[in-house]
Design a protein around this ligand. Structure first.
Ligand SMILES: [Zn+2]
Length: 150
C-alpha cells in the first residue's frame, strides 16, 4: 500500500497538472466502486475490508490529486507575490548577473532567477524548477550557469 501511494505521488509529480487531474478522476471512480462492492456485492462473510479498501484508496487518490493541484496553485501564487522576480524573457540581464555574481550562487535556466549567497536552495526559489536550477560553487562552474541562461 505504501509503495502504491508513493508511486502514485511520483506519477502525479511527473504528470503535473494532468497527473493530478487523473488522480482526482481515479479517486472519484474508486470511491463509488468501493461503496458499490461493499453495499451490493459483499455477501455475508465476504472480505469487506477489501471493498472498503477500494473506497479508501479512492479517497487517497482524490486527496493526493487535489493536494497536487492546489499545492501547485499555492506555490504559484507565492511565486507571484514574491516580488523581486524578473520576467521570464529577460535572460540577457540574468546572464549579466550570472557573469558578475559572487560565488557561490544559484541560477535558474527556466526563469532566469539568479541568487547570490550560499546554495541554500535545492530548487529555484522563484519558479521552483529542479532541473533548471544550477548551483555554482566554484569559478569553473560559472560557464555552465551562464550557458543555462539562454
Ligand atoms: Zn526558476
Amino acid at each position: 500500500m505504501g509503495e502504491l501511494v508513493s508511486g502514485l505521488i511520483d506519477l502525479i509529480r511527473a504528470g503535473g497538472k494532468a497527473g493530478a487531474v487523473s488522480a482526482c478522476v481515479l479517486g472519484l471512480l474508486l470511491i463509488p466502486l468501493g461503496y458499490f462492492l461493499f453495499a451490493y456485492a459483499a455477501g455475508p462473510g465476504a472480505v469487506w475490508p477489501i471493498m472498503l479498501g477500494v473506497s479508501i484508496l479512492g479517497l487517497g487518490c482524490l486527496g493526493l490529486g487535489l493536494g497536487a493541484l492546489f499545492g501547485n496553485q499555492a506555490r504559484l501564487d507565492a511565486a507571484m507575490d514574491g516580488g523581486g522576480t524578473i520576467a521570464r524573457a529577460n535572460f540577457a540581464e540574468a546572464r549579466l548577473r550570472a557573469e558578475t555574481a559572487k560565488v557561490p550562487f544559484g541560477a535558474c535556466g527556466d526563469c532566469g532567477h539568479v541568487v547570490e549567497g550560499g546554495p541554500a536552495y535545492d530548487r529555484c526559489p522563484n519558479c521552483f524548477s529542479v532541473p533548471g536550477w544550477v548551483i555554482v560553487e566554484n569559478e569553473d562552474e560559472r560557464g555552465r550557469a551562464i550557458s543555462s541562461l539562454s
